[in-house]
Design a protein around this ligand. Sequence first.
Ligand code: PLP
Length: 487
Amino acid sequence: MRKSGYMPLIEALIKNKNKNTVAFHMPGHKKGRGVHRKFAGLMQSDPFAIDMTEIPGLDDLHNPVGPIKESQQQAARLFGADMTFFLVNGSTVGIHAALLSVCRSGEEILLPRDIHRSVVGACILAGLKPRYLPLELDEEFLVPYPPAPEEIAAMLEKHPLIRAVFQVYPSYYGLAGDLSQTAEVVHRHNIPLVVDEAHGAHFIFSDELPLTALQAGADISIQSTHKTLGAFTQASMLHVKSNIIDAGTVGRQLGILQTTSPSYLLMASLDAATGHMEGAGKKLVDKTMRTARYIREQISRIPGIKCFGESLSGTCGVTAIDPTKIYISFRGLELSGYQAAQMLLKKYRIQVEMSDRFSILCMLSVGTGADDGDKLIRALTEIAAKADPVGCQKTIPGPVYIPPPRVILTPKEAWFGTLRQVMFNEAVGEVAGELVAPYPPGIPLLCPGEMVTEETVNLISELKSLGCTFHGPGDPTLGTIKVVDSV
Ligand SMILES: Cc1ncc(COP(=O)(O)O)c(C=O)c1O
């Protein structure tokens, strides 16, 4: 029996801390290495003194007139927005608020298929009807290419009831499409462009990185400051710069979505990230870019291992890539990404951001040191030298492909329908009542309201057998799934 006072999460966190791993995952502060000295000092000396509530002098996120207002204004200036809102429930809440602001219930929104699961949540909350853009994957790495502006133009011509366009820029894998051209196309229809820029908060600090979403012409951009800059996990920003969308409308939606007890630790971390990057952003991001390029160059010399990206720039709708997202394939060694991630962790204490069938994703940020890069390069060199293709899994099943969905019901109709639980492998032909998204990255393979196809069942079953875990289903083992009985 456990002793009373046992704290399982605290124990797990201490255990994890003591492993002293090299962090190629979020959050971007990388265990405090990428934050302003003043903020780091405060967190080390007395974090309880910072965990405050709306007492005099500390302002109110829901009615900011003092330091929170000033800090949001400072962030707006830095990130090129007319108005910036601090978010205390990640970019997720920003995406919810944005979609509630740009469409009314029952209206159509144009989406790429490689959206984060939070977009599906937003469609449920706002009662939206998704229209999906076609999806094209890189043949070797199986990563989605950015949608072409011409495809967006064609969809807008064909479906005049679309009321807003949503784009993911950059993608989870660091690919950026031609967002300026997309903004032009979208604005010709006098509708807003909302951009999930969760992975692009650092773009403004380097000319070698893609344009920011706002620079490209987006009306709303949502950035996870905690992913690529130094804010605490969950701390994000929503920026508005628009002639179409009134910032007040977005504030109104955030008013019903965000807690009335926003954490001052999270808000302080946003303030600290802004202040830190205002002064040193360019220097810090330049250094991160140099580290990223060095790692990529060294990895490209290791036989059997390959880095995704830079050769794609200028092709397949990719205008630029973010070199700080290093997606590494082990196909040449006949290793799965899951196996490689296990080896890196067990033998070399390197924790990656994500692993999948063939690859791992390493995320760098302003908190990544050159020493971290050297450790990764050494570990990969050893793994490649010792890999015994015969001893490894010889055949990794065919490509991961996000099948084009057959949308039968809107996500909201399916979500609130009467649901029935069926065996997962007997669900073909049914309409999904829940979402299934490998996590990370949280890109759904199946959304509520979509027809379950044989292709999707086979793909999800294969991923499961390789060790993938999923967000969404009530039965996380996916032995069963909820389908729609009636609406
Ligand atoms: C592309 C993308 N958008 C949105 C989100 C949601 O961001 P957050 O975790 O800050 O809520 C994520 C999270 O991983 C993401 O990868």
